[in-house]
Design a protein around this ligand. Structure first.
Ligand code: FAD
Length: 551
């Protein structure tokens, strides 16, 4: 495996519009967990690689999302890399669920331990990329006017990395401070004594609301759709548990990879239907899962995501918990979701519903009191003015495709990705799209991304992409791209598979419904083991469904 190709200039530090354009085997966009591991893997294969990262540091999600309460919903011993036994043995997580700060420290440790930073260009946003058919090379341009080219372009740009700020009338006139959870300042934000408004009630808000409520003089939560939240029961890492896992970490990882979502082998799915057990037994199982905490609740029975009636039993259980927790029956009623549980991302909380019992917290249901405008002094909803000093948008992301389409990408014959995906992100295996040779997406649309422990998905895809590049090189091949037939079949497969679940029944970001005008298309597939197996089979059959081009 070579470094830069013969004839290519290789001047990694001097690629400006005026100077020579540096050339690499692989260009990687993004230095979150996907980009970091892709860089490491490329190096292991002897490939020259350059990463461009818009942030000033590594970590991606965990670099940007510094809001109070930000933490992982997957247990720390699982939400971490498996590729290095030494790394997973030496790293110690302090809590059952790691905080943003601890995950960021871990990402920084990984970058240093594997000496990754020297190939990462920070504070550099890729704004466009073009495939040159004659040379079989991608050229990318950055916001600083820099150019670089490579045979392969890998998008490690993240599923949740383009913050969504709703366009609200009067927003620019607001006189106080505004924040988005996904673009949180690096310096601590103090809410003591302030009147704070939080717009949105998804995962980030559910994590943040209890903490802000303790600081703020007054907190107003503006809710469009209520959230189902299950308790985290977070706590310090149990040393005995950690020792047990570390005694056979590889075995633990392997068991998790056989789970439908790539995690949770410690509390496996109950292998029966919620409808096949008597109500008392069902309640007992839900209660048991509720006590365990976290996503274990979602796998209480084997048909909660497949059968709306089974799902309704879990939804009712959580609504009953809300009723029992929230003192004011009218507030409790507003907090009770009506959509299928898990149809939108299930939230994991630490005191979210209880927070609405505090005298300084108010819930505004935007269905009853529509948001009319942001004013210099706050928010007007349903004719009432809510005076605010701080306005926090916990309004999520233009998920999965937003960041990819934020760049001006052109494949074969100048084909624009934005044009190609006008009706939705057509793709093959979530890894590529026809007309875009040597273009790989990590955690992209059509993969199992958000329904998985994302690090498990990242490792599987990075290894697949690395093996693919190595196989092409070994066979003297120069290009690979999906065929249109293969991607049409894959999109049909994702739609068919997901139509047998509860996921199409609500307006979630999984289908793009949180962004006005975004085409509605199921962007995430469920089932890590089957997905990984399919990717392996495709590779074993000589990259079936891809067109391979000679040098
Ligand atoms: P990211 O971490 O998003 O990194 C992408 C990087 O690409 C970013 O640093 C970004 O700056 C950079 N980038 C994007 N576009 C460009 C460009 N044009 N030029 C240069 N750089 C660019 N997943 C789980 O599995 N479990 C969880 O509990 C969980 N909790 C989460 C909580 C929050 C608040 C959020 C937002 C996400 C959570 N996720 C969770 C999903 C999380 O995004 C993934 O787990 C994982 O961090 C994704 O890694 P990544 O490298 O693919 O993308």
């Amino acid at each position: 495996m070579g470094q830069a190709h013969p004839g290519d200039s290789f001047e990694p530090s001097s690629g400006t519009r005026d100077g020579p354009v540096p050339a690499f085997d692989v260009l990687i966009v993004g230095a979150g967990f996907a980009g970091l591991y892709m860089l490491h893997r490329a190096r292991q294969l002897g490939l020259s690689a350059r990463v461009f990262e818009a942030a000033s540091g590594v970590g991606g999600t965990w670099y940007w999302n510094r809001y109070p309460g930000a933490r992982c919903d997957i247990e720390s011993l699982e939400y971490s890399y498996a590729f290095s036994e030494a790394l997973q043995q030496e790293w110690h997580w302090s809590e059952r669920y790691a905080t943003q700060a601890e995950i960021l420290r871990y990402a920084e440790h990984v970058a240093d331990r594997f000496d990754l930073r020297r190939d990462i260009r920070f504070d550099t946003r890729v704004v466009s990329g073009d495939f040159d058919e004659a040379r079989g090379r991608w050229t990318v341009r950055t916001d600083g006017g820099e150019e670089a080219c490579a045979q392969f372009l890998v998008m490690a740009t993240g599923p949740l990395s383009t913050a969504n700020v709703p366009s609200l009338e009067g927003l620019a006139s607001f006189a106080g401070r505004t924040f988005h959870t996904g673009r949180w300042p690096h310096e601590p934000v103090d809410f003591h004594g302030r009147r704070v408004g939080i717009v949105g009630t998804g995962s980030s808000a559910v994590q943040m609301v209890p903490i802000v409520a303790h600081q703020a003089r007054q907190l107003v939560v503006f809710q469009r759709t209520p959230a189902y939240a299950v308790p985290a029961h977070n706590g310090p890492m149990d040393p005995a548990h950690e020792a047990r896992i570390k005694a056979d970490y590889a075995g633990f990882r392997a068991r998790n990879r056989r789970m439908i979502s790539g995690f949770g082998s410690g509390v496996p799915r109950h292998p029966v239907s919620a409808l096949d057990v008597p109500p008392e037994e069902r309640a007992r199982v839900f209660e048991e899962r509720w006590r365990i905490g976290g996503f274990a609740f979602g796998s209480a029975f084997n048909d909660l995501i497949l059968d709306e009636r089974a799902n309704a039993t879990a939804a009712q259980f959580i609504r009953d918990k809300i009723r029992a927790t929230v003192h004011d029956p009218a507030v409790a009623r507003r907090l009770m979701p009506r959509h299928a549980v898990m149809c939108k991302r299930l939230c994991v909380d630490s005191g979210y519903y209880e927070t609405f019992n505090r005298p300084n917290v108010r819930l505004v249901d935007l269905n009853e009191h529509p948001l009319e405008a942001v004013t210099p002094g706050g928010i007007r909803a349903g004719g009432e003015e809510h005076a605010l000093d701080d306005l926090v948008f916990a309004t999520g992301f233009d998920a999965v495709t937003g960041t990819l389409l934020g760049m001006d990408l052109h494949g074969r014959g100048g084909l624009s990705l934005r044009e190609k995906w006008r009706a939705g992100p057509v793709n093959y295996l979530g890894l590529g799209t026809a007309g875009f040779p040597n273009f790989f997406m990590l955690v992209g649309p059509g993969s199992v991304s958000a329904f998985t422990n994302v690090i498990v998905q990242i490792e599987q895809q990075v290894e697949w992409v690395g093996d693919c590049i190595a196989a092409l090189r070994a066979r003297g091949l120069a290009t690979i791209e999906p065929t249109r037939d293969a991607e049409d079949a894959w999109v049909a497969h994702v739609n068919a598979a997901m139509s047998r679940t509860i996921y199409p029944t609500c307006n979630s970001w999984y289908v793009g419904a949180n962004i006005p005008g975004k085409p509605r298309m199921m962007m995430v597939l469920m089932g890590f083991p089957a997905y990984a197996q399919k990717c392996d089979e495709v590779a074993a059959r000589g990259y079936e469904g891809f067109r391979l081009g000679a040098a």
